[in-house]
Design a protein around this ligand. Structure first.
Ligand code: MG
Length: 155
């Protein structure tokens, strides 16, 4: 068994669509980044790469490469899934936390869980999505950013 940990944070700005867990979320602001800046899927990618000993998301998908500009993070996670699966690993379970004060995550948790289940070809029972505020503190608490953490166990 191998464990992996992923964490990511992106700034919330006007004029961008908001994607979390590969789901488009109704919001007048979105996350700033080279790709679609889906913090949750980036954290999942890093946790999987970490567990497999395959480095990090920035090494595989550099933000200096124009081919990743505004790319859906679903595409990135599918590639990570292929890489990790290609090394003979299977996902036992995934546990995620989204840190968001500006956007209420609760109405989207089921949909996010089902979407990650589809991308990674594992049952929803093996995926857990949690959401927290930041108690109004710091950039997340002030609604200027959203962060996500993820732990993955590979067998
Ligand atoms: Mg990121």
């Amino acid at each position: 068994m191998r464990i992996g940990l992923g964490h990511d944070l992106h700034q919330l700005v006007e004029g961008r669509k908001l994607f979390l867990g590969g789901i488009e979320i109704a919001s007048d602001k979105g996350l700033l980044g080279h790709s679609d800046a889906d913090v949750l899927l980036h954290a999942v990618c890093d946790a999987m790469l970490g567990a497999a000993g395959l480095g990090d998301i920035g090494e595989h998908f550099p933000d200096t490469d124009p081919k990743f500009k505004d790319i859906s993070s679903v595409v990135l996670l599918r590639q990570v899934y292929q890489l990790v699966g290609g090394k003979g690993h299977q996902i036992e379970n995934i546990d995620c936390t989204i840190f968001s004060e500006a956007i209420k995550i609760a109405p989207y948790k089921v949909q996010i869980r089902e979407n990650i289940s589809d991308i990674l070809c594992i049952p929803t029972e093996r995926i857990n999505i949690k959401a927290k505020t930041n108690e109004k503190l710091g950039p997340i608490g002030e609604g200027k950013a959203i962060a996500a953490s993820c732990a993955v166990l590979l067998t």
